[in-house]
Every structure is written in C-alpha cells, then in structure tokens.
Design a protein around this ligand. Sequence first.
Ligand code: F3S
Ligand code: F3S
Length: 111
Amino acid sequence: MSYVIGANCIDVTDRACLDVCPVDCIYVGDRKSYINANECIDCGACEPECPVDAIFIDRTARADEARAVFVADSITFFTEPLPGRDTPLGDPGGAGAVGELGVDTAMVNSY
Ligand code: F3S
Ligand code: F3S
C-alpha cells in the first residue's frame, strides 16, 4: 500500500504535500510530483494537504483506470531511466538529497 499522485498535480505542482511528508519521499519532476512507494510509510499526511485533490491511496485505483495508470507511472518514475538519463532514480532515501528533478516520465510528458 502506498499513496500516489495523479493527474490533478500536472501543471499545478503546488508542493504543499512536500512540507508534511515525514520521510521526504515526494519527488518533484517537472510538471508533476511523484511518491516513492518503497519509501512512503503510508501515514496519509499528504493527502488532505493537496489543494487539487491529486493524492490518493493505491488500492482505490483497482476499479479506476484513470488512477491505475498513475500507480504504474509512479513506479516507472523510479525504476526506469527518466528521459535524458542513463540510470533509474531508484530509492534515493529522501527527495532533499536529489533536489527537484526537472524531468517527468514519458507518459506525463505526453499528457
Ligand atoms: Fe509521505 Fe505519508 Fe504521504 S509518508 S508520501 S506524507 S502518505
Ligand atoms: Fe502536486 Fe498536490 Fe503535491 S498539486 S505537488 S500533489 S500538493
């Protein structure tokens, strides 16, 4: 189980969620932010902070294709090389250590 950021974040990237995450597992791309499922402790603190209701819990995506694509895309962000990079981001252990990435997945790029 993990929290996931969906379509509503695209081109908003409010960042209010970043301030409340106790483990700093929300990574800012370019047009969107992404939660690292391996680092998320499922505390739920981020979900009510987003002004555009972009954050949901992954199990709510089972019957919702529009959400399911973002569950998969969030995994892609960390496990496959992002555009212009040679290696995957992986699990850096905190977004502060890597800074804002300035890059999105191919799916978000084409959204
Ligand atoms: Fe962080 Fe808790 Fe959300 S660990 S990503 S604030 S569910
Ligand atoms: Fe995006 Fe909402 Fe966070 S717009 S950056 S998920 S506060």
